[in-house]
Write a protein that binds this ligand. Structure first.
Ligand SMILES: Cc1cc2nc3c(=O)[nH]c(=O)nc-3n(C[C@H](O)[C@H](O)[C@H](O)COP(=O)(O)O)c2cc1C
Length: 288
């Protein structure tokens, strides 16, 4: 039976590094896989309206755009790979545009949960990827994938990531992670024991917070290694299937909270209604 790898290309550049990386990775998979590609920046994915309709009734987003195409493709895929170019120290905004519609994922937890997924953050200048990898990891976790690995690759010109050997080796490693699971070797940098994230906010008194799963924890030196310990917290978005389902229930309960506190909230908001003047485009429809 043919299995489908979905490649989500986060770059508008045709035959750019993000696209090439996904195609290279596909080449390292064993036979029996097909590759489907989506170029996210060329799709019409509009902002979330915060209407919460996707959480109730038919559980469908009322916006008529390309969001459902991507969601459907994710649900149909057996595994996926996300590749994002760094734009100003973060990923191309197409990733976040899609994720912002993510309340819709809670209607499809069973079809999304636990698919093998890997990611790559591409940056033109060494060490200048900013928070791109964190966002790629977060994209995979929030789309409920099983994050098997992610890497940062450097190269500015289209194809440059493969001028040295590092890029192809990374593609091969991530292909192996997709089919065989996470590498058993100890990670080279400190990671969150709960989610595998490697970005933290360090605070005083040895406290920290994982910026991928948001879990609080502690850090400390053991000889010359930095040790990280994190604790599960009440509001996990993606650590276990049960927590995802629990979070969906909690989100739905917000409607009752809103209805119960409507008068109290109105008393706050109405005082601000007439403050300020909104600046708006006059002829937005004439733009290209
Ligand atoms: C608008 C813009 C902003 C960029 N910002 C950064 C940056 O902050 N850091 C960096 O290392 N590279 C930056 N780059 C370079 C790209 O990340 C790099 O060229 C990458 O290979 C593009 O991937 P692609 O070929 O898949 O489009 C930027 C490129 C563009 C077009």
């Amino acid at each position: 039976m043919t299995r489908t790898l979905l490649g989500l290309v986060g770059s508008p550049r045709k035959s750019g590094n993000s696209e090439l990386f996904i195609k290279e990775l596909f080449g390292h998979l064993p036979s029996g896989w097909q590759l489907k590609l989506i170029r996210l920046p060329e799709l019409d994915i509009r902002p979330c309206l915060a209407c919460y309709q996707c959480l109730f009734g038919e559980m469908k987003c009322p916006r008529d755009d390309d969001f459902q195409l991507v969601l459907q493709s994710l649900m149909e895929a057996d595994a996926y790979v996300v590749a994002a170019p760094t734009y100003f120290l973060g990923p191309n905004a197409c990733l976040k545009r899609f994720l912002d519609r993510g309340l819709s994922f809670y209607a499809h937890v069973d079809r999304l949960w636990g698919k093998p997924a890997v990611g790559v953050a591409i940056a033109g200048i060494p060490e200048m990827e900013g928070y791109t990898k964190l966002c790629v990891d977060s994209f995979i976790k929030l789309t409920l994938g099983d994050l098997r690995g992610s890497e940062v690759i450097y190269g500015a010109l289209p194809g440059e990531i493969f001028l040295g050997e590092g890029g192809r080796e990374a593609a091969s490693r991530l292909a192996r992670a997709l089919t065989e699971g996470r590498e058993p070797t100890a990670p080279s940098v400190p990671v969150c024991p709960l989610c595998g994230g490697d970005t933290f906010r360090f605070m005083e008194d040895g406290k920290l917070r994982c910026l991928l799963c948001s879990s609080p924890g502690r850090y400390g030196w053991r000889e010359d290694r930095l040790g990280i310990q994190t604790d599960p917290m009440e509001h996990s978005f993606f650590l276990t299937y049960e927590e995802v389902v629990g979070h969906a229930h909690w989100l739905r309960s917000i409607k009752e909270q809103f209805l119960a506190r409507r008068q109290e909230l109105k008393a706050v908001t109405q005082g601000y209604g007439a403050v300020g003047t909104w600046v708006k485009p006059e002829k937005a429809q004439e733009r290209s």
